[in-house]
Design a protein around this ligand. Structure first.
Ligand code: NAP
Length: 274
């Protein structure tokens, strides 16, 4: 049986097993995709990765807090993973461990599907997700990329990944005047966190609001954008799309992102919230 997994700490909340199970069931293939908790130390991570390779897994997805560590155990890395400095996919091929970053692939796919090509994108946040987003925006040739983060030094550190201009966190509202694509890559808006404090009123009617947060699928930010009639992209869209390369590499040959898959994930999130 083809096998893969997601490793993280904690990891029980991960929707990745469900995504892969749905695709495998659609294809009618025997595949197993587990969620495996691995303590956040280099030693524990390396040991578990070696064990999983030994058990014959085709690869693992890597989630918080191991995405940077994943690059450290790889024998090869894609250019994206190297530039981003983090990987969410480790493929086990013969003696090699190959690191890739499919978060960036997902964002590239999302940008390519927008009705209008954005001239200016504003990214809020400067963590791992923001790094992948900056890389994807740059490879998508977005002419102007702007970043704001509460901790200015973290924005400074990652801005070169996208060739981004840095603005002060407190300047985020004014920056919306010339923004075609707003991306929330902070954890604000997530269940248990406060909402992102932003006033969307000066955004152009053609602007798109993309929230990477997927739990809940409709964040206060997306609610406000929809209330203004703006086009939105939610975190589930990114989550589903980042899973495609892993499924195709490790488990099956058809990974379609559609309304049925989304409905399965939304139902799982709803059941959890009860
Ligand atoms: P991270 O590395 O922990 O970064 C968190 C970011 O949120 C930092 O920029 C942090 O700012 C900011 N932040 C947290 N609390 C804040 C507050 N009270 N006020 C202002 N900023 C605050 O996390 P990450 O891995 O980049 O993930 C960020 C988000 O992306 C999460 O919601 C995650 O679920 C989402 N994500 C989604 C997908 C997907 O497939 N949909 C994939 C990856 C990540 P400071 O630097 O100032 O602390």
């Amino acid at each position: 049986m083809r096998r893969a997994a997601v490793v993280g700490w904690p990891v029980s909340h991960s929707l990745s097993p469900l995504i892969h199970q749905i695709w495998a069931a659609r294809e009618g293939i025997a595949a197993r995709y587990d969620a495996i908790a691995v303590e956040p130390t280099d030693e524990a991570f390396r040991r578990r990765i070696d064990e999983l390779r030994g058990e014959g897994l085709a690869g693992v997805n890597v989630t918080i807090p191991h995405k940077e560590r994943a690059l450290g155990v790889a024998t090869k890395a894609t250019p994206a993973a190297k530039v981003i400095g983090a990987a969410n996919m480790l493929s086990f091929i013969d003696d090699e461990i190959i690191a890739a970053n499919s978060d960036a692939d997902a964002v590239e796919a999302i940008v390519s599907m927008l009705p209008v090509r954005p001239a200016t994108a504003l990214v809020l946040g400067a963590g791992g997700a923001a790094r992948a987003i900056l890389y994807a925006l740059r490879t998508s040739k977005i002419p102007k990329i702007v970043i704001a983060n509460r901790t200015h030094a973290r924005a400074d550190a990652i801005a070169p990944v996208g060739g981004a201009q840095i603005i002060d966190w407190n300047a985020r509202n004014e920056a919306l005047a010339e923004c075609d694509l707003l991306i929330n890559a902070t954890s604000l808006g997530m269940t248990g966190q406060g909402p992102l404090d932003i006033d969307l009123s000066i955004l152009r009617q053609s602007a798109v609001v993309f929230d990477t947060v997927y739990s809940p699928p409709e964040t206060p930010l997306l609610k406000a954008a929809r209330a203004r009639g703006l086009k939105t992209v939610d975190g589930l869209e990114m989550l589903m799309r980042q899973a495609v390369p892993a499924y195709l590499a490790w488990l099956g040959s058809r990974a379609v992102v559609d309304a049925d898959l989304r409905a399965g994930l939304e139902a799982a999130l709803k059941a959890r919230a009860r």
